[in-house]
Design a binder for this molecule. Structure first.
Ligand code: ADP
Ligand code: ZN
Ligand code: MG
Length: 306
């Protein structure tokens, strides 16, 4: 039996704002641990978040550049989970009403044009960082990154090979860089990607069981990890085995993936609208202004030069 590969990518792009998404703390990289924190981003009780307008502007920029519909009203939501790098016990994100939906990115793979649809783009805050290798008797927590603004950009499962995935990521990164809203540095983690991968019998329209791949810190890692998974899935199914939906980590030294946890589902996170924040209401005039200020994008420039 022949199998077709199905891939959907979730990208987290760190935004180039001067301050964090819900407080005035600086987003500058390389400060002493916990120097860039306040009562809001360290999750003290009773404090209130205030949405950074620049984050909304950057989200609209990204949405317009990728042909999305911009929601005139969207919502911030709490995604609840426990982890030491998340002092509030929830991440402020967007859930049922994201700011941008139904876009697409055109890519060219081996001379063939392909359109990859975008499900959504939403705004959210980053978590802090746990440091395990500095002391042998303890783990340390640095909250400088907690509250740094991110865009999460989710594609439909339209990608059909590791090469297409790499191409999509490079195209998306170039768009964000041209817009000057993200520096696109994958090694430093300001442009991060999780890859969802499955295979299905050629000709089938149902989706197969997917795995979500994490720890992909370079374009090479993305492509190698996807190829490893395609082989693993194809071999397992060919031998009559079954796959489980899970999250797997890429190990760049051993060049293989290994299971990290079984997949969590949306209902595990107990999403609900954040009662501390108003709906994000955007008027036509603002969208028009941003549209008029967009730079020439990479594809358009390429076409003009050719
Ligand atoms: P989850 O609920 O696990 O987060 P979503 O439906 O939100 O799953 O999809 C997350 C990402 O996974 C999207 O990019 C989507 O295109 C992709 N995806 C969903 N199902 C599959 C599948 N069977 N194979 C490959 N990618 C998939
Ligand atoms: Zn702060
Ligand atoms: Mg999801």
């Amino acid at each position: 039996m022949k199998y077709q590969t199905v891939i959907g990518l979730e990208v987290h792009a760190q935004l180039l704002t001067k301050s964090k998404i819900f407080c005035g703390c600086s987003t500058k990289f390389g400060q002493a641990p916990n120097d860039s924190t306040c009562a809001v981003c360290t999750g003290f009780p009773g404090v209130l978040p205030v949405l950074n307008k620049k984050v909304v502007e950057f989200a609209i920029c990204a949405g317009l550049a990728t042909h999305c519909e911009i929601a005139r009203s969207s919502r911030l939501a709490r995604k609840n989970y426990f982890y030491p790098d998340l002092p509030k016990g929830y991440q402020i994100s967007q859930y049922e009403l994201p700011i941008c939906t139904n876009g697409y990115i055109d890519i060219t793979v081996n001379g063939t044009a392909r359109r990859i649809r975008l499900t959504r783009i939403h705004m959210e805050e980053d978590a802090g960082k746990n440091i395990h290798d500095l002391r042998s008797d303890a783990s340390l927590v640095d909250l400088n990154r907690a509250g740094v603004p991110l865009l999460e950009i989710v594609s439909e499962p339209d990608i059909r090979s590791a090469e297409e995935a790499g191409n999509y990521l490079k195209t998306l990164r170039a768009i964000l860089q041209y817009l000057e809203i993200c520096d696109g540095n994958m090694e430093e983690g300001s442009f991060r990607c999780d890859a969802n991968v499955s295979v299905r019998p050629q000709g089938s329209s149902a989706l197969g069981t997917k795995v979500e791949l994490k720890n992909l810190n370079s374009f090479k890692a993305v492509e190698k990890a996807i190829d490893f998974e395609i082989r693993r899935h194809t071999e397992t199914l060919s031998e009559g085995g079954t796959l489980i939906q899970e999250t797997r980590l890429w190990d760049p030294d051993r060049e293989e993936t290994r299971s990290m946890r079984t997949k969590e589902f949306a209902h595990d996170y107990r999403y609900f609208p954040d009662p501390d924040l108003l709906p994000v209401v955007i008027d036509e005039e603002w969208i028009g202004k941003i549209r008029a200020s967009l730079p020439e994008l990479p594809e358009v420039r390429k076409a003009r030069f050719m």
